[in-house]
Design a protein around this ligand. Structure first.
Ligand SMILES: Nc1ncnc2c1ncn2[C@@H]1O[C@H](COP(=O)(O)OP(=O)(O)O)[C@@H](O)[C@H]1O
Ligand SMILES: [Mg+2]
Length: 344
């Protein structure tokens, strides 16, 4: 897109249209000439390094369309400006609806949280295995899971760090990712894999169930509470995860649904990538946790509208769905023996 169009869309980067800022730069709400609302991300550090990679990557990413991925609508690469234009997500980030809530955001109940987790797991599964396959997100976190006007979850900002995008926060690409979410295996191997995304997703699952950040910065926090993954898993090992569950949803939770959910988080957070499930396994397990919540073990009369398209998208990798039980080697957790096929 030409810079002139971006300037028109954002009213010359009108500060009144600013909706947020992150590692890449400032994000503005804008309107395209055809009336579609977009989120415009403007890079703050146009070093120009890695430009060709950036362009190739952005071209690939802008072709990806999936119900649970935020579409990249276009980009602008002009002089010092590097700008990305995304589909606008009306209900903001998942994090906004879990804690540090602004007065305008609404609280999510347990079923909504499960559906959001399932949606984002489907989006990540598609990135990992879909037709444009083999894309590692590299920055899975609760601010990169956005909610549209119907609270449908969409994963944002995927695959960009591969493009050699200038990252003002970090000097090396190797350090891409956000603290509290980073796969510990990465520090041993310096390899990011799709299982690194699975680890980060496990941290998001804990955030969703506990309604607290991945890292607590407060000096008041006790040492063992600083890192959510460590803290959450310590409670899970004791079999007392309910003690750290968000009090506002504890009452409505079916205990078996919570148990299943915590089990998924535990599997995602395993120290070695090979021991972690695939995103497809995670999808099925979370679907099962949702069924347990609804008291409908075999899912038939589900009224939610995302059945058809999503199940098709998941079916590409169905083979591995049956492996769920086989990977359940951790003696500490109780695994239900549900047949994934039966759950469909
Ligand atoms: N597509 C979008 N639709 C609506 N809001 C968005 C969109 N993308 C980003 N935002 C908002 O802008 C903020 C900054 O985004 P970003 O630069 O990706 O940093 P981060 O993901 O670390 O928060 C987000 O937290 C969110 O509030
Ligand atoms: Mg983001």
């Amino acid at each position: 897109m030409p810079l002139s169009e971006i300037l028109a869309v954002t009213d010359n980067f009108n500060p009144k249209l600013l909706i947020g800022s992150g590692g890449f730069g400032k994000v503005y709400e804008g309107k395209l000439a055809n009336g579609v609302t977009v989120a415009v991300k403007r890079s703050e550090s146009g070093h120009g390094q890695g430009r060709p990679e950036f362009q190739t990557e952005v071209l690939v990413l802008s072709k990806i369309r999936h119900r649970h991925l935020v579409s990249l609508i276009g980009y602008c690469d002009d002089g010092a400006e590097m700008i990305l234009v995304y589909e606008f997500m009306k209900n903001g980030t998942l994090r906004d609806h879990l804690y540090s809530m602004a007065s305008t955001t609404t609280m999510l109940n347990w079923k909504q949280r499960l559906e959001i987790c399932i949606g984002s797991a489907k989006g990540l599964h598609y990135l990992h295995t879909g037709s444009d396959g083999g894309i590692i997100h590299r920055d899975v976190k609760s601010t990169n899971i956005l909610l549209d006007e119907n609270y449908v979850a969409k994963v944002a900002d995927f695959g960009l760090s591969q493009a050699g995008l200038p990252d003002p926060d970090h000097h090396s690409m190797a350090l891409k990712g956000s603290f509290g979410y980073l796969d510990p295996e990465f520090f041993r191997t310096f390899q990011l894999t799709d299982k690194s995304d699975v680890y980060s997703f496990g941290v998001v699952l804990l955030e969703v169930v506990c309604a607290r950040p991945a890292i607590v910065n407060s000096t008041a926090a006790r040492r063992e509470e600083i890192n959510l993954a460590e803290w959450g898993m310590a409670w899970q090992k004791k079999g007392e995860i309910e003690k750290i569950v968000d009090p506002s949803i504890l009452g409505e939770m079916n205990p078996s649904s919570l148990r299943k959910f915590a089990e998924v988080a535990e599997k995602c957070l395993r120290p070695d990538g090979v021991d972690r499930p695939t995103m497809l396994d995670v999808c099925w397990d979370l679907e099962y946790a949702l069924q347990l919540q609804q008291g409908t073990p075999a899912r038939e009369e589900d009224d939610d509208d995302d059945d058809d398209d999503d199940d098709d998208e998941m079916s590409a990798g169905d083979d591995s769905a049956g492996d769920v039980d086989a990977t359940a080697t951790d003696s500490g957790s109780v695994f239900s023996q549900h047949r994934v096929d039966g759950a469909r």
